[in-house]
Design a protein around this ligand. Structure first.
Ligand SMILES: [Zn+2]
Length: 279
């Protein structure tokens, strides 16, 4: 899908195999196509097929992918990075706080065991260019993406702002209201959203959601902050009733209260919910 004259979005479906059955999900990756091609996130293992065929459809050569910028280290963002780097020789950029899990995906699996990790992630890749937030990444002559550190979903999550096209790439920083809550740090997640909601954008492009234009994006940011606050309030209410005991029991009760699907009772969501009690 073409967003602006240079920016394209590709939606890539994938399956998460869990003990309770398969979960069908999808992830968006983005392309900035100038004199060279910058890819924002790689999708899960095998996503390179979708990316290469999209580029060929619009008359571009996959080998011209010069730079892969990873918004963070999770499987649906880094899964195809190793293969794309191998095939194109592209540079890889990511925030320093995500480096360990990108450069050692076995460590990531050990510390954050997503079901079916090895079907989703093709392997580790070296980060050539470490980001801290505040940098400008040149994507075409005179055109840059500004790196905004937006922690919360993960410690080194970044968003990218393209002032010339007025496009904001948010990775997983913006929670989809009503969808599974996945974050590492509740206060940081709220602060990051507040940082993003004041940007005078024309497009907000998230990894999980449809591309949103100005008015819709404003609503989404507000609803996402409200959703986080509702999750936080529910976790506090449930833990007060139950006592801070078995975190999976708290997760089960919170999922029921929030009317989330049953598969949201899982260790990843439980870990997110526990971060509300960390302060
Ligand atoms: Zn993520």
């Amino acid at each position: 899908m073409q967003i602006t004259s240079s920016i394209h979005a590709i939606n890539i479906p994938f399956v998460v195999p869990t003990p309770a059955g398969q979960i069908n999900r999808s992830v968006n990756v983005f392309l900035y196509c100038g004199a060279k091609i910058t890819l924002i996130d790689s999708g899960v293992a095998g996503s390179e097929q979708y990316i290469y065929s999209y580029l060929e459809q619009i008359g571009l050569q996959p080998i011209n992918i010069e730079h892969l910028v990873l918004t963070h280290s999770h499987p649906d963002h880094v899964g195809a990075a190793k293969e794309i780097q191998r095939a194109t020789g592209c540079r890889v950029s990511a925030h320093i706080a995500e480096r360990n899990w990108i450069e050692d995906t076995n460590l990531q699996e050990k510390e954050r065991p997503v079901p079916g990790f090895h079907t989703l992630v093709g392997g580790s890749v070296t980060v050539d260019n470490l980001l801290y937030g505040g940098e400008s990444i040149l994507v075409d002559q005179g055109i840059s993406l500004e790196v905004i550190h937006t922690p919360g979903h993960s410690a080194g999550s970044i968003s990218l702002w393209c002032p010339s096209d007025k496009v904001l790439f948010t990775g997983d920083a913006v929670l989809v209201p009503g969808d599974m809550p996945i974050f590492d740090n509740y206060p940081s997640a709220v602060d990051s959203l507040k940082k993003l909601e004041n940007i005078a954008l024309e497009w907000s492009l998230s990894a999980w959601d449809e591309p949103k234009q100005t008015a819709e994006a404003k609503i989404l940011f507000t609803e996402s902050i409200d959703w986080l606050k509702k999750i936080n309030a529910t976790v506090h209410k449930v833990s007060k009733m139950r006592g801070v005991g078995d975190y999976m029991e708290i997760c089960r009760d919170v999922v029921a209260e929030l009317r989330l699907p049953q598969f949201a009772v899982n260790p990843l969501v439980a870990r997110s919910l526990m971060s509300c009690l960390a302060e």
